[in-house]
Design a protein around this ligand. Structure first.
Ligand code: BTN
Length: 284
């Protein structure tokens, strides 16, 4: 069944705390990227508070310049166009806040408890179900637009994933064994994310970060970290107030990373058994 944007709009407008943040949903059949559409709308002066949805994307974008697999009619591709009432330098906090909101919304609607793999992958049993990509036209302006892009694998059969994703990705249907009403799920996601946005806008960053830590499946694990300049291994200790991941290295020193890619390694045990450090050259 297709997504019903009118129902989503009606739901948002019926709840005052939601409509302050999101008051309209627009559905496209096929777009390049909902994030690009949202940015374009922002540059054309569209007001904030719009949820842009698409049944498919031909150029879906993921983190670190990757593409996002976006087949038609099965998943959720959602971009919220916002002009948040917080400082632009705090916009990155929308990433952990959105992750918490999505986890809460999915649990409310389906009963399924997903984990957050740092920084903001939604996972179950270490397989990725969804991801978040923030984009902004950072102009130094307090009301610079922020686009919160969300991709969620919902009703996709495992066999429908391309070969290279089958080991690492899954969908809600594959886990739950039943089809999910995407319209209802989107309303739950928006409700969950909006609740976290209210926390941020009320200065309750600690509440958001506590929730992230409690859902984060990276903490306590041995991890391989890939940044744009280095690959190293260590133990994921905590998430700091700015969303950075604090890693303890083999020599007991700590490093904080703000941007990067994490691989969960199998080993568990003490930080003293951590490990190597090497330099690579990658684009990201
Ligand atoms: C990730 O790499 O984990 C982030 C994926 C984000 C994908 C979503 S789908 C809707 C929005 N439009 C895009 O082009 N990307 C985001």
């Amino acid at each position: 069944m297709n997504i019903n944007a009118d129902k989503i709009t009606a739901f948002c407008r019926a709840h005052s705390e939601i409509r302050e943040i999101v008051h309209e949903a627009l559905l496209f059949d096929e777009v390049g990227s909902t994030n690009d559409i949202a940015l374009e709308m922002a540059s054309n002066g569209m007001p904030e508070g719009i949820a842009i949805l698409a049944e498919s994307q031909t150029g879906g974008k993921g983190r670190l310049d990757r593409s996002w697999f976006s087949p038609a009619g099965r998943n959720i591709y959602l971009s919220l166009l916002l002009r948040p009432a917080i400082q632009v330098r705090e916009y990155p906090l929308f990433s952990p806040a959105t992750a918490v909101g999505l986890v809460n919304g999915i649990r409310e609607f389906t009963g399924l408890a997903l984990g957050i793999k740092w920084p903001n992958d939604l996972v179950i049993s270490d397989k990725k179900v969804g991801g978040i990509l923030l984009v902004s036209s950072l102009s130094g302006d307090q009301t610079a637009p922020l686009v919160v892009g969300v991709g969620l694998n919902v009703n996709l059969e495992p066999s429908a994933f391309p070969e290279e994703l089958r080991e690492t990705a899954t969908s809600l249907k594959a886990v739950l064994g039943r089809e999910i009403d995407r319209t209802g799920l989107i309303t739950a996601l928006i409700e969950g994310v909006v609740a976290e946005i209210h926390h941020l806008q009320n200065g309750e960053v600690l509440t958001v970060m506590d929730a992230v830590r409690s859902h984060c499946v990276t903490l306590g694990k041995k991890v391989r970290v890939s940044t744009n300049r280095q690959v190293f291994e260590g133990w994921a200790e905590t998430i700091e107030a700015d969303g950075g991941l604090s890693i303890r290295l083999g020599d007991q020193s700590r490093r904080k990373i703000l941007i990067g890619d994490i691989t969960h390694l199998r080993e568990t045990g003490s930080p003293s058994s951590a490990v190597t450090q090497s330099t690579i050259s990658t684009k990201n």
